[in-house]
Design a protein around this ligand. Structure first.
Ligand SMILES: Cc1cc2nc3c(=O)[nH]c(=O)nc-3n(C[C@H](O)[C@H](O)[C@H](O)COP(=O)(O)O)c2cc1C
Length: 329
């Protein structure tokens, strides 16, 4: 039986499979079940900066229609933040009391302003680490890509002033200069990067001319994007890397570790197959390690990273040359 234990963000994990932030990590009961199913760690459902602001706007307009003066906004801001945060703090405290696997809290931030207030309380509540999910859709036409990327560096800088638990940033692949961007972020003192987040995206219902959500859950073929970038970046970064998006089975998790991931996050596959799917993945990973005589995760981590490849250019190839020439189908 191979040893699956590993380290991520300086935390001891019994195995590299982390249940990513989602609805399955929003209650203590579900998290206890995930621990039982084999999870190495969990990232709690995010507390959303946006959600808090939306709720605040709703409450403020309700208050205004009740005859309150808009000057009372500060009071509502405080009250609503406190209500949301208290529930989140309670979730962290109760989860920590109920499970022994590491519990990583998560804040979904769209600015560098609101979250430091939460971050300290999250640390005090006992979270083992904090994952900051950052993305603002670049639709401000007065901003350059450097302006947009600046947000990430501000967040990485600011968080150091507020918490001492390890912090990871969950980022998107949408950067005009992705490789150097990831490398520079990794050098800011953060403990880890999660490659990549996957977004809610709009789709069209062409019969009713309505906006609908595109696939909420990922498909297996979405693995390729993060696999390529974990392989390219794994020996070029100064922090841990966690792979996310498109990990649906043992082979995709193994591929991410071969590419150099320190940990692997999984969400959609658990929605599709149930929490017990984690145990199947771990059993299959174990059997694969035995078959290839790998005694520990470190025995094969990064074995197929770009840096170790005999043909590193393959990781950077983006055109299907042979297909375009028409010699192969
Ligand atoms: C129902 C659902 C809820 C999610 N909620 C969050 C969230 O609160 N915060 C977050 O950072 N990611 C959230 N995600 C994104 C996942 O953590 C993950 O990045 C994404 O699903 C890609 O991984 P997968 O291919 O394993 O599903 C959510 C995903 C789903 C399907």
């Amino acid at each position: 039986m191979a040893n699956l234990s590993t380290k991520y963000l300086g935390l001891d994990l019994r195995n590299p499979m982390i249940v990513g932030s989602c609805g399955l990590t929003s209650t203590v009961t579900d998290i206890v079940a995930l621990e039982k199913a084999g999870a190495g760690a969990v990232v709690l459902k995010s507390i959303f900066e946006e959600e808090i602001l939306m709720e605040m706007e709703h409450e403020v307009s309700a208050a205004e229609s009740d005859g309150y003066d808009a000057k009372a906004f500060d009071y509502y801001d405080y009250k609503i933040k406190d209500k949301n945060l208290s529930a989140y703090v309670k979730l962290i405290e109760e989860t920590k009391a109920a499970v022994s696997i590491p519990v990583i809290a998560s804040i979904n931030c769209v600015s560098a302003h609101e979250w430091p207030y939460f971050a300290k309380k999250i640390e005090t509540a006992g979270a083992d680490a904090l994952e900051l999910n950052i993305f603002a859709l670049p639709t401000n036409f007065n901003k350059s890509s450097a302006d947009n990327e600046q947000l990430y560096f501000e967040v990485a800088e600011k968080i150091k002033e507020h918490v001492s638990i390890p912090v990871s940033l969950k980022i998107s692949p949408y950067s005009a200069n992705l490789g150097p961007f990831i490398q520079k972020l990794s050098e800011t003192g953060i403990a880890g990067l999660v490659l990549f987040n996957r977004f809610w995206s709009p789709d069209f219902d062409i019969e009713n001319f309505a906006l609908i959500a595109s696939h909420v859950l990922s498909r297996e073929d979405e693995l390729a994007l993060s696999l390529r970038w974990i392989a390219i970046m794994s020996e070029r970064v100064s922090c841990d890397l966690s792979a996310s998006t498109g990990v649906h089975d043992a082979s995709s998790a193994i591929k991410q570790i071969l590419a150099g991931a320190d940990a692997v996050q999984i969400v959609s596959a658990l929605y599709k197959n149930g929490k017990e799917h984690l145990q199947t993945i771990l059993d299959e990973m174990n059997a694969w390690m035995d078959k290839h005589d790998f005694k520990s995760i470190d025995d094969f981590r990064g074995k197929m990273s770009q840096a170790k490849s005999e043909d590193p250019a393959m990781y950077e190839r983006v055109q299907f040359m042979r297909f375009f020439r028409g010699t192969e189908h």
